[in-house]
Ligand binder design. Structure first.
Ligand SMILES: [Zn+2]
Length: 238
C-alpha cells in the first residue's frame, strides 16, 4: 500500500489563529480527497495567547465531533490540541485537568525545544519539558498518541540531542514533521527519523484551508527512510 499525501494531522481553525471555521476546513478537505484530518488548535494558559480555548474547550471539542459524525463517510476527523509548552504553569495539575476534560484523540506540544523565550530556563529545557509530557501521557489511555510539533533540534548540542532522542523514545512520544517549517530537513533531525522506536506524524500547520494536505515533501522523506510504518493513525490510512 503506497501512502498518498491525503492526510494532515496539524491544522488550525478560527478557534485559535486560523482563518476558516472547522466546517470550512473539513468541507475543503473532503473536496481535496483528504482522508484523515486532525484539527489541532492552540491551547495556552498564557492569558495573552488563547484564553478563548481554555474557557470553551468543550464547545471546540463538540464541534469537531459533530462534524466528524456528519462527514464520517467521506473523512476521518480527529480532535486534538496544540499545547504551548512555554508557560509558567505548564502541565500543572490544574492545566492537566482542563486538557483531559475532553476525550481528545491525540495531543501536540509546541515550543518544546525552543531556545528563544521570555520564560525562564527551567520552562524551556527540553529534557524537563519531555519528562512532564511523559507523565501526562501516562495518565491517558495507551491509544492516545502524544507528540512534539515542529520539533526544533538544530540548536541542541550533540550530547543534549542524544539525551532528548533517548527520552522521546523512552516516553513513547511521536515527533512531527511539519511542512510549514524546515527544521525536519536539518542534519540534526536525522537521528529522530532513523530511530526505529520513535513514532512519527506529519502535518501542514495550515492556518488557511488551501494549505491542507501540503505534506508531500515530508511524506517523501519518510518513504526514503522506509519510516512511514511508524506514522500514528496509520490504520486510518490503509
Ligand atoms: Zn500549529
Amino acid at each position: 500500500m503506497v501512502l498518498k499525501p491525503n492526510f494532515d494531522l496539524h491544522i488550525h481553525t478560527n478557534w485559535s489563529d486560523g482563518i476558516s471555521s472547522c466546517r470550512e476546513m473539513v468541507e475543503y478537505s473532503i473536496s481535496k480527497e483528504i482522508r484523515l484530518l486532525g484539527i489541532s488548535d492552540h491551547f495556552s494558559t498564557d492569558p495573552e495567547k488563547n484564553p478563548r480555548m481554555a474557557r470553551r474547550l468543550s464547545d471546540y471539542y463538540e464541534e469537531i465531533r459533530f462534524l466528524g459524525k456528519e462527514f464520517e463517510k467521506q473523512i476521518r476527523v480527529k480532535a486534538s490540541l496544540e499545547v504551548d509548552a512555554r508557560t509558567y504553569d505548564f502541565l500543572s495539575e490544574k492545566s492537566i485537568k482542563v486538557l483531559t476534560s475532553q476525550d481528545f484523540d491525540y495531543y501536540l506540544f509546541e515550543y518544546v525545544t525552543d531556545p528563544y523565550s521570555y520564560y525562564p530556563i527551567e520552562t524551556r529545557d527540553p529534557v524537563i519539558i519531555i519528562s512532564k509530557i511523559k507523565k501526562f501521557k501516562e495518565i491517558l489511555s495507551d491509544s492516545c498518541p502524544v507528540g512534539i510539533a515542529h520539533m526544533e533540534v538544530r540548536y541542541l548540542k550533540e550530547d543534549k540531542l542524544e539525551k532528548v532522542v533517548d527520552d522521546l523514545a523512552e516516553a513513547e512520544l511521536f515527533v512531527e514533521l511539519n511542512s510549514s517549517k524546515d527544521n525536519y530537513k536539518h542534519e540534526k533531525f536525522k537521528p529522530i527519523i532513523e530511530r526505529e522506536d520513535i513514532k512519527l506524524s506529519i502535518g501542514s500547520d495550515a492556518h488557511i484551508k488551501t494549505r491542507i494536505g501540503d505534506i508531500a515533501y515530508p511524506l517523501k522523506l519518510l518513504k526514503s527512510y522506509n519510516a512511514t510504518k511508524r506514522l500514528i493513525f496509520l490504520e486510518d490510512l490503509i
